[in-house]
Design a protein around this ligand. Structure first.
Ligand code: ADP
Ligand code: MG
Length: 384
């Protein structure tokens, strides 16, 4: 908690924009996904962890029925919206994420009487596959929950934030990002069963193992709206229907995919089935305190995403190759694909991996990639 006498930067910024002091400050982290890619909408397992980078929201009730939102990362006109008029389609651009959360709360029977002013700041790159969108939603959700004394359980806030992203913003994402941001625990990953919604903590402490997890933002940007994500989802649904199951999660043997006549559907199903097994394998290794053993599993995940699911992109393949050539224990593309970041597991303190990737990008005339250390951190919390 910051002391009442010494406002932090976001509190001062709140004062500059709205006048007065915020009633509280909340912070929600972004996330990385250790393993379990394109398994969420197939009702399978994912294993994300919260980062120490995130979105900070300074907020106060304002009494006029308006939702006023400003972001330091989105300079220009403030978004000021009558809460009562919030409806899907009414707000576009970045403000739709926090406005969607207020809408989802209202739909769930929490009208947020009086409204609120939210000042947003962030140290999380946007569109890099680190889920700045969920961090923004979860920061807003926790702030509105705290301001209005709702005290809703975290899993319910995660569901409301997902509802905002799916039905107000219009992005068909799963529950993983919001769960990691709201339920993450320092030194742990979050195992999430996307069929039951059950979660459990799995120890993930790279520093204790003399290792580090590095996120390399390849600079290439994905666009979920470009149709390829939706195409993969429908391919998985078709494969499941042909195999006579409600989702690919229900198939445990990779050999079952061989029963699909269409080679594309066979490859898609094989990725999902084997990726679920890799999540299981990773959990067993982490539970046995063998983080180094996870390295080859990350590489197998990358190969499957590249060859069977066909969602990798040139910069990711080059980054993974360069990381492995420089002594990484494992590396893979992270996120939905076609852009974003790569996750590498490497011995701690050696800059060789990032340096090798930068050199390889330079050789090809590509923009130098940004690297950050990914430290499994606590989920969203009130910080002021
Ligand atoms: P990712 O979640 O991987 O970062 P998305 O495309 O899902 O990528 O979400 C990025 C979008 O979230 C941005 O285009 C912007 O609309 C919104 N966003 C994230 N962080 C902020 C912020 N600090 N201020 C304003 N908008 C933000
Ligand atoms: Mg996102």
């Amino acid at each position: 908690m910051s002391g009442a006498a010494s406002p932090g930067p976001v509190e001062r910024w709140f004062g500059d924009r709205f006048g007065g002091r915020p009633e509280g400050v909340w912070r929600a982290p972004g996330r990385a996904n250790l393993i379990g890619e394109h398994t969420d909408y197939n009702q399978g397992w994912v294993l994300p962890f919260a980062l120490d980078l995130g979105v900070t929201v300074a907020a106060a009730r304002c009494g006029d029925g308006m939702l006023a939102i400003r972001s330091r990362q989105a300079p220009g006109a403030p978004a000021s919206l009558p809460l009562a008029a919030l409806a899907p389609g009414a707000v576009t651009g970045w403000a739709a994420y926090p406005a969607g959360v207020a809408w989802a709360l209202r739909e769930a029977g929490h009208p947020l009487a009086g409204g609120a002013s939210l000042a947003v700041d962030s140290d999380l790159p946007q569109g890099a596959g680190l889920s700045s969108s969920a961090a923004l939603e979860c920061g807003a959700a926790l702030a509105l929950d705290g301001l209005h004394g709702l005290d809703l359980p975290r899993p319910q806030l995660a569901t409301l934030a997902q509802h905002a992203e799916n039905d107000f913003v219009g992005v068909p994402s799963g529950i993983m990002d919001q769960s990691a941001s709201l339920l993450g625990r320092a030194g742990h990953a979050l195992l999430l069963d996307c069929r039951s919604g059950e979660t459990s903590d799995v120890p993930l402490d790279p520093a204790a193992a003399g290792l580090e997890l590095i996120i390399i933002d390849t600079g290439a940007r994905h666009a979920l709206g470009d149709g390829r994500y939706a195409e993969r989802r429908s391919e998985c649904e078709r494969a499941a229907a042909l195999l006579g199951v409600s989702s690919l999660r229900e198939v445990s043997s990779p050999a079952a995919a061989a029963g699909l006549a269409d080679p594309v559907l066979r490859r898609r199903a094989r990725h999902v089935i084997t990726e679920n097994r890799r999540v299981e394998e990773t959990v067993a290794l982490l539970t046995g305190a063998d983080l180094a053993g996870v390295g080859p599993v990350l590489c197998a995940s990358h190969a499957s995403l590249r060859d069977d699911f066909e969602v990798s992109w040139p910069q990711a393949d080059v980054a993974v190759g360069a990381a492995m050539g420089a002594g990484a224990l494992g590396a893979r593309m992270m996120g939905g694909g076609f852009g974003g970041s790569v996750l590498a597991l490497a011995p701690a303190g050696r800059r060789a991996v990032s340096a090798a990737i930068t050199a390889e990008f330079a050789r090809r005339g590509w923009t130098p990639p940004a690297s950050i250390q990914a430290v499994p951190s606590a989920g969203a919390l009130r910080i002021g």
